[in-house]
Design a binder for this molecule. Structure first.
Ligand code: IMP
Length: 175
């Protein structure tokens, strides 16, 4: 499949995603028993994952969206911009950050340290995907859907220059 100048091939199907999201939700339902977490999805890429995940949580939980961006095209620019802040009060709350993909881990590390400085009870992260760079740096992400090599992916909320978010399967770039 071609999007703009790049070729992509399917590598994780919608059914595989659905099954893995159900497993992750079961783990969170068990780990957060008797707690009322606030999900904090990082826009834009995690909107689909956050929605599917939240539908499977059987805990009283809230959701509040944050927008931080460090990406230009297919490479991290290393510069982070917070565009929309969370609206819920986070003091003394259990926060679960929801990411689509952790690449360098810059985005996650920044938001986790900001939140920990602001009197939260706990801060954990869930990411549908994790690239090898983040594994090597041991970025603090408690729940991971799938581990990847260092490849550029799109679909299921993730994009290449704004396109491809609507695809229900995950695709990776062919070199
Ligand atoms: P990090 O700060 O380098 O970990 O980048 C994380 C963010 O970059 C993710 O939330 C995505 O929005 C975006 N991103 C990283 N890798 C990819 C990719 O392969 N495809 C699409 N977006 C990506």
């Amino acid at each position: 499949m071609k999007i703009k100048d790049l070729e992509f091939e399917k590598f994780i199907t919608a059914t595989q995603i659905e099954n893995r999201v159900a497993e992750l939700a079961a783990q969170i339902n068990s780990d957060y028993q008797d707690r009322n977490p606030i999900l904090l999805p990082i826009l834009n890429g995690s909107f689909m994952f956050a929605s599917d995940l939240m539908k499977q949580l059987n805990l009283p939980c809230k959701i509040s969206f944050v927008k931080i961006s460090s990406y230009n095209g297919t490479a991290s620019s290393g510069q982070l911009k917070t565009l929309i802040g969370h609206e819920e009060s986070i003091f003394n709350q259990d926060i679960l950050i929801v990411e689509d993909i952790v690449d360098t881990g810059l985005t996650l590390e920044k938001i986790m340290s900001d939140l920990r400085d602001r009197g939260t009870k706990s801060v954990e992260a869930i990411s549908l995907l994790r690239k090898s760079v983040a594994r090597e740096k041991v970025v603090d992400v408690k729940y991971v859907g799938f581990d990847l090599d260092d490849e550029f992916v799109l679909g299921y909320g993730m994009d290449y220059d704004g396109l491809g978010r609507n695809l229900v399967d995950l695709y990776k770039k062919i070199n």
